[in-house]
Design a protein around this ligand. Sequence first.
Ligand SMILES: Cc1cc2nc3c(=O)[nH]c(=O)nc-3n(C[C@H](O)[C@H](O)[C@H](O)COP(=O)(O)O)c2cc1C
Length: 198
Amino acid sequence: MEILILYYSRTGAVQSLAQHLGRGVSSIEGMTPRIRTVPPVSSVTEATENQIPETGFPYVCETDLTECDGIALGSPTRFGHMAAPLKYFLEQTTSQWLSGTMSGKPACVFTSSSSLHGGQESTLLSMMLPLLHHGMLIVGLPYTEQELSDTKTGGSPYGATHFTGPQNQSRLDNTEKQLAQKLGARLALTAKRLRSNP
Ligand SMILES: Cc1cc2nc3c(=O)[nH]c(=O)nc-3n(C[C@H](O)[C@H](O)[C@H](O)COP(=O)(O)O)c2cc1C
């Protein structure tokens, strides 16, 4: 069984979170992460991106959505909500929305921002909305995870987060890593349980 970890990242912070979510998914027996990204969008509408990115994870395609058993969706915080490339991709999922491809599958969200109170939670909540329209079942983090109460950086009951600092200088600290991995594991476990008890 596979969990699609779909993210956009320009400077690497959200990509780090994605990789830790992937470790969490792999910690559940029989579960494999499938990490995918989306192309950037251009203000020059005629410009097109290469079909395959020059570095990093492959671009997401329709079969990734069909074949996965759950989705983790990640984006940088941009003006308090998700980045345009991810939203642009989601707006191309009308056929999956109409056919219910993702309906009943579990999902979670993650983000990164350069200021601590600069909109992580609003970004996470806004990312849940299209997933709910798709009929997905949202998985969060409970306060029984001690790191949620202890954190001095990222981490939210609404999803995994990372605080990079104003110059994007901070790497994920141990608390942020732990919470990202725990969220990935919860998502994978939920997908597994739903598969055995549909
Ligand atoms: C256009 C733009 C808008 C941004 N808006 C916010 C914001 O509202 N709040 C915030 O804390 N950081 C904001 N940031 C900073 C990014 O969220 C932060 O650098 C993030 O960690 C980048 O993730 P990435 O390395 O995965 O690209 C913004 C950055 C850009 C480029």
